[in-house]
Design a protein around this ligand. Structure first.
Ligand code: HMG
Ligand code: MG
Length: 371
């Protein structure tokens, strides 16, 4: 039987904010990350190290990284922060900040132990313990390493925290050029040394494949599932720890999602190596999440308040809302460990900060708050 745990990767602080035109204060971004971690979310994509002239909103991601490198998380559970980057320059900037602000192992003893946060009521049921795969567990390859391996070349982070890089490439040439100014092959060739370097520092590497279920320039039937599967196998062969298959445009349908998952399986990609990243432009994200669940996938990306969108994908709207994802998973008897009421309060707050209508961003969140 499949695990009854689902890990939700919160991409709101990165995907959710990157396309906002107004300047969002650094303190708001930091508060967003801290509050999200306090809901029980264990993986938060907190920023990106991309070219500022392409995505100015993410320019101060290094300040967010500085903050989390120096501050124990507002939760007693393990937290992994993800940082999106496309190239060597992005990795160099990320590592320079880690180098400058990660603590020495000895200094870590002086961090106060954060008080245990109350367990969300929805995470108290006994685990069925029917699978060896627990997507909420930190992958053994790197998580927790910095605090337990003082003699390795890894950084030392505050207790219970780890960091991972998120690389991104595309499954169509048009989108690859638009988003990263290079071909698919060029972008993949950049990744191998980035993954090798990240791992030498004890960091995990995730990789996104954008436009896997429809391309804004080549249409809803591009790319072919086998193209996506070929890219996924290349990324895994390079050492990527997790592949996030992204429906950037929200064009994905249930049959297309099923065909893609079958092609990935046929190519030897294991479901435990997969996450699914749905934008909800056409309202199909949860339908496609159900198809993915039935296929065995247990990791899903989502953004609080349904924020988000890629600046280089015209017409595409936000990510599936974290509120919708948590409510949906738990309606199926699956466990997320996330406090839905608290996520809704954060969703209402950040939507207000951005001048967005929360009733549009998350119907679940709005309903939860009005009860
Ligand atoms: P380029 O212009 O070809 O790069 O952009 P370049 O190497 O020629 O550099 C141009 C300038 O950018 C130079 O500065 C570089 O130093 C600088 P200048 O000398 O002109 O002053 N530069 C950088 N600066 C800071 N950090 C860096 C960096 N790299 C270059 N890392 C590049 C190529 C890939 C950099 C550019 O296309 C880029 O940054 N693209 C990022 C686009 C982006 O962030 N898109 C949104 C995120 S992806 C997404 O949302 C999809 C996802 O959610 C999944 C899904 O839904 O599909 C993940
Ligand atoms: Mg996205």
């Amino acid at each position: 039987r499949q695990s009854d745990h689902v890990r939700i990767v919160e991409v709101g602080p990165r995907d959710g904010l990157q396309n906002e035109k107004q300047t969002i204060p650094l303190n708001t971004k930091i508060e967003l990350c801290e509050r999200l971690v306090g809901t029980g979310l264990k993986t938060v994509e907190a920023g990106s190290f991309v070219a500022p002239k392409w995505v100015p909103q993410m320019d101060n991601s290094n300040n967010i990284l500085e903050h989390v490198l120096q501050t124990p998380p507002s939760a007693s559970h393990d937290v992994s922060y993800q940082w999106l980057l496309p190239n060597q320059k992005g990795l160099d900037r990320f590592l320079a900040t880690c180098e400058a602000f990660s603590q020495s192992f000895g200094a870590m003893a002086s961090y106060p132990t954060p008080p245990p946060s109350p367990s969300p009521t929805n995470d108290q049921g006994p685990s069925l313990n029917t699978s060896t795969q627990d997507p909420n567990a930190m992958p053994s390859s790197t998580r927790g390493l910095p605090s337990t391996s003082p003699n390795s070349s890894t950084f030392s982070f505050p207790p219970n925290t780890s960091h991972e890089i998120s690389l991104f490439c595309a499954a169509t040439e048009s989108f690859s050029h638009r988003n990263t100014n290079c071909s698919i092959a060029e972008s993949l060739s950049r990744f191998r040394p980035l993954i090798t370097t990240a791992k030498s520092h004890g960091l995990k590497a995730r990789a996104y494949i954008s436009v896997a279920l429809g391309c804004p320039f080549e249409g809803p039937d591009a790319p072919s599932p086998t193209t996506v599967a070929d890219i996924a196998t290349s990324l895994l062969e390079m050492g990527a720890d997790e592949i996030s298959v992204a429906d950037t445009t929200g064009m994905g349908t249930a049959p297309r999602t099923e065909a893609l998952l079958k092609a990935l399986s046929a190519a030897g990609v294991r479901t435990e190596d997969l996450a699914l990243h749905f934008h909800d432009t056409y309202g199909m994200a949860l339908v496609n999440a159900l198809v993915s669940l039935n296929h065995g996938v247990r990791v899903f990306d989502a953004a609080v308040g349904g924020l988000g969108g890629c600046p280089f994908s015209p017409g595409a709207t936000g990510n599936v809302a974290t509120e919708e994802m948590v409510y949906f998973m738990e309606s199926l008897g699956l466990r997320t460990g996330v406090d839905l009421g608290e996520v809704a309060r954060i969703g209402e707050w950040i939507s207000g900060e951005l001048g967005r209508d929360y009733r549009v961003g998350s119907r679940v969140g709005k309903a939860k708050l009005s009860r």
